[in-house]
Design a protein around this ligand. Sequence first.
Ligand SMILES: Nc1ncnc2c1ncn2[C@@H]1O[C@H](COP(=O)(O)OP(=O)(O)OP(=O)(O)O)[C@@H](O)[C@H]1O
Ligand SMILES: [Mg+2]
Length: 223
Amino acid sequence: MSLDIKNIYKIFGEGTSETKVLNGIDFTVNQGEFIIIKGASGSGKTTLLTILGGLLSQSSGEILYNGKPMYSDLNHAAKMRLHEIGFIFQSSHLIPYLNVAEQLITIGVEAGMDKKEAKNRAETLLSSIGLSHRLNAYPSMLSGGEKQRVAIMRAFMNQPKIILADEPTASLDATRATEVVEMIDSKVKQSGLIGIMITHDKRLFSYADKVIELDEGKVIQAQ
Ligand SMILES: Nc1ncnc2c1ncn2[C@@H]1O[C@H](COP(=O)(O)OP(=O)(O)OP(=O)(O)O)[C@@H](O)[C@H]1O
Ligand SMILES: [Mg+2]
């Protein structure tokens, strides 16, 4: 399994309001690899991750998943998002009228699990991150950190092959941030996933197999 990012450009707007945000991004991520993307604010990190997640299309260039174009059409893109990708956003985006367990169960059922299987998986994931006692709580009753932990586990609910995370630890304290990144990294290693995470937090860089730095829409450093 591999993800090849080939010469990705992204231009927003047209004419005088044209902004070139990505200027030829190239890198490859292999199965079992955990990559961190860093870079100054506005360097194009979120734009790149959003394109990799099939939520935005590139202006030019290609993304190959196992050697084939990843988002060949809209229908295929929707299937990829449902079955292959787990996306963790900077803020949790929980659904206000679902309790914690239901936030995850819904995703499992959508991805084809039966209700019981989805419930078991949801409870296992939530207990692994210390939320067993919050299964019946609604988002408005949770702290920022708790919400984010639910959102992280929700991203793993559909048994994704690719996990994309945009500053998932920004709202967590140092201990929780480390726990979350250890968890993402161990899932990537154990299940042979592809993991890509954006973070500014230097303390987390040591978990990555590779740290890629973006500057004005270009990769300036890969180590
Ligand atoms: N829909 C859009 N239309 C026009 N410009 C956009 C759009 N989305 C992003 N941009 C611009 O693209 C540039 C890169 O934005 P992006 O969100 O990718 O940066 P980032 O590296 O994630 O920054 P941060 O660290 O602050 O999250 C910014 O200058 C931003 O204003
Ligand atoms: Mg961003």
